[in-house]
Design a protein around this ligand. Structure first.
Ligand code: ZN
Length: 281
């Protein structure tokens, strides 16, 4: 997956450009085609490699980018943007009240733009923060120092790191060894590095809080933006096989030609083909 990740994109962006929150890279997103639908239909939403494959296929940058080296939060941001481009901004889901006496079903609804804004990196030192981080002389690395005199070097975990943890017996230990120096840093130094990482690249997963409309207690549920959005896109993408079958029968186009069509145009042709089939009885 990591091989061949470096590619040069065409010079003109395919749509509105935006800036990734952690790396500061300016990107845009190509219109989705059946190629991405096949990736989604045959992938697993909880597989970080699927997120990377999707980004490699659809993300645009005027720079040469090895997408596997981007921080996890930037890849997750791109996945959320892709979901917005296909299914819109609003997340509508449900959960159950955590009070055993209530257990009422609750609707959950929020906007992804608002969610992304809430998870932007906090670069400026926060008031009362007991540590500071600065860029290290080594490319991609930072030094975090606490008021108590602890010092630790770290880099931000990349999507490539996350994919490699899938085969590691202890994923957290693997990530710490890859991203925190020295190897074997004290638990306090490791905690300092992890606090700094979370501030510079806030993960797009965590609790969403609200109040139960029935019993009014505070409730929260875990939301992992990448997995949630990929699951929605995977479910939607399974229609690709039906579209290919319908269009191949009607127009005798090859699978490659059908998959290369933008999704909205392919769906339109597929609808026409189904209508023609119905009309023919
Ligand atoms: Zn309740």
């Amino acid at each position: 997956m990591l091989d061949g990740a470096i590619r040069r994109r065409d010079s003109e962006p395919p749509g509105a450009k935006f800036v990734l929150p952690v790396s500061g890279l300016t990107v845009a997103i190509h219109r989705a085609t059946g190629v991405e639908d096949v990736l989604l239909a045959e992938g697993r939403a909880d597989d970080a490699a699927l997120a990377l494959a999707l980004v490699e296929s659809r993300a645009w940058s005027c720079e040469i980018v090895d997408w596997a080296t981007l921080p996890i939060a930037d890849i997750d941001h791109l996945v959320v943007r892709m979901r917005q481009s296909i299914l819109g901004d609003r997340v509508i889901s449900d959960t159950y009240c955590t009070d055993p006496a209530c257990r009422s079903r609750m609707d959950v609804s929020f906007g992804l733009d608002e969610f992304l804004a809430h998870h932007r990196p906090r670069r400026a030192p926060a008031r009362g923060r007991s540590w500071a981080a600065e860029v290290s002389a080594e490319h991609g690395w930072f030094i975090a120092r606490s008021r108590g005199g602890d010092e630790v070097a770290f880099r931000l975990p990349t999507i490539g790191d996350l994919i490699q943890t899938a085969g590691a017996p202890t994923p957290d230990k693997f990530l710490a060894q890859a991203c925190i120096a020295p190897d074997g840093a004290s638990p306090r130094s490791r905690a300092l590095a992890e606090r700094a990482m979370a501030a510079l690249a806030p993960p797009l997963s965590g609790p969403i809080s609200g109040r139960c409309p029935h019993c009014a207690i505070a409730v929260s549920f875990h939301f992992d933006a990448r997995v949630y959005c990929l699951r929605e896109l995977c479910d939607r993408a399974r229609f690709i096989y039906e579209d290919v079958d319908t269009l191949a029968q009607r127009y005798h186009w090859s699978e490659t030609a059908i998959l290369s069509l933008p999704n909205d145009r392919r769906s339109h042709y597929a609808d026409l083909a189904r209508q023609a089939r119905l009309a023919a009885g």
